[in-house]
Each structure stands twice: as C-alpha cells, then as structure tokens.
Design a protein around this ligand. Structure first.
Ligand code: AR6
Length: 167
C-alpha cells in the first residue's frame, strides 16, 4: 500500500523513517539535520560505528527519541546533469531501503523526497523514479506500507498528480 502525506518525517510513528543522508552518515542539513535533532545524540553515536554508506545503499539504526522505531539511512546521488548514473542510483536508494526494511521484518516505512533538496535532483523525475521503484517492490511484498512524506508543496503536488494518474 502506498500513501501520501504532507508534513515532517520526524512525526511518522511507524516502523522506520528513511533519512536522505550523505556518504559519511555523520549528519548534515535538510531532513538529515532534522532527524538527528529529533532523535537525539545517540543517533550520531550509532552512525559513527557504521563507517559511512556508499551512494545508493542503505544502513539501519535505532530511532532513539523518534516516534519511529528505526531509521534507514541512504545516501542519494548528487545531481550532476543526469549522465552520471543518477537515475539508477536514486532507484537503488529506494530499493535498498525497502529490502533492508523487509529483511528486518519492518512493515511501515516513510520516505522523504531523496536527493531533491541540497543534492538538486529534478523533483518530477525523482518522483517518477521513487513511485516506480516502490510499486515494483510492493508487487513482490504487498504486506509493506510505504508513505511518501513530502515536506514542500511542490513535491506534494507532483506526487499527488503522479499517484492519481498511475504514471
Ligand atoms: N521531513 C520530510 N522531508 C523534508 C524535511 C522533513 N523534516 N526537511 C526537508 N525535507 P535534503 P538531499 C525534504 O536537502 O537533497 C543533507 O545535508 C526537502 O523538502 O534534506 O538528499 C545531507 O546530510 C527535500 O524535498 O536532502 C546531505 O548532505 C527532501 O527532503 C544532503 O543534505 C530532500 O532534501 C542530502 O541532500
């Protein structure tokens, strides 16, 4: 099942939220900074033990002070014009995050719009990749509940239109 919500991902009270992190996993701005502030300093302490995360892959931590039980950290691609494997790397972020959740027995998971902030990925293209990749995964794992958690109005409108049109 796919749902769409406009809001702040740190308020999501399901099994896991996904963090749009960087390769260091040591925090940053945007949604990453908000998640670290809301989770508390234990999150950074656990992230320090992980040794980073290659672009397109995902790592699991506890959620600490967050309502969500776990955080799945994924490093999205920086948009460099589209000819540097950005689309496949972004799809990989969604696929690897879902696979990690499924291996852990987590059912409800919320995604932010990975790479569409500081990393500059065009929002409509990113949304199409996110929706397609999640739908493909849900065909094999229909028990999973995936929320797209849009913070900004532009992303929310893009997702609402794409999900309604099944494109
Ligand atoms: N809840 C949900 N979505 C949010 C929130 C929030 N609280 N805050 C922002 N967004 P960005 P990136 C949306 O820049 O492009 C960090 O410094 C925002 O509107 O957070 O993947 C990391 O450490 C946008 O649509 O992530 C990395 O260095 C989306 O989250 C770098 O930024 C992603 O924006 C990652 O850049």
């Amino acid at each position: 099942m796919i749902s769409l919500t406009r809001g702040n991902i740190v308020d999501f009270a399901g099994d896991a939220i996904v963090n749009a992190a960087n390769n260091s996993l040591l925090g940053g701005g945007g949604v990453d900074g908000t998640i670290h502030r809301a989770a508390g300093p234990e999150l950074l302490a656990e992230c320090r033990t992980l040794g980073g995360c290659p672009t397109g892959q995902a790592r699991l931590t506890q959620g600490y002070s967050l309502p969500a039980r776990y955080v799945i950290h994924t490093a999205g691609p920086v948009w460099e014009g589209g000819n540097h494997g950005e689309e496949e790397l972004l799809a990989s972020c969604y696929r690897e995050s879902l696979a990690l959740a499924e291996r852990q027995g987590l059912r409800s998971i919320a995604f932010p719009n990975i790479s569409t902030g500081v990393y500059g990925f065009p929002k409509a293209a990113a949304a199409r990749i996110a929706i397609r990749t999640v739908r493909e995964f849900l065909e094999l794992h229909p028990e999973m509940e995936v929320s797209f958690l849009c913070f900004d109005a532009e992303n929310y409108a893009i997702y609402r239109n794409l999900l309604a049109r099944r494109l």
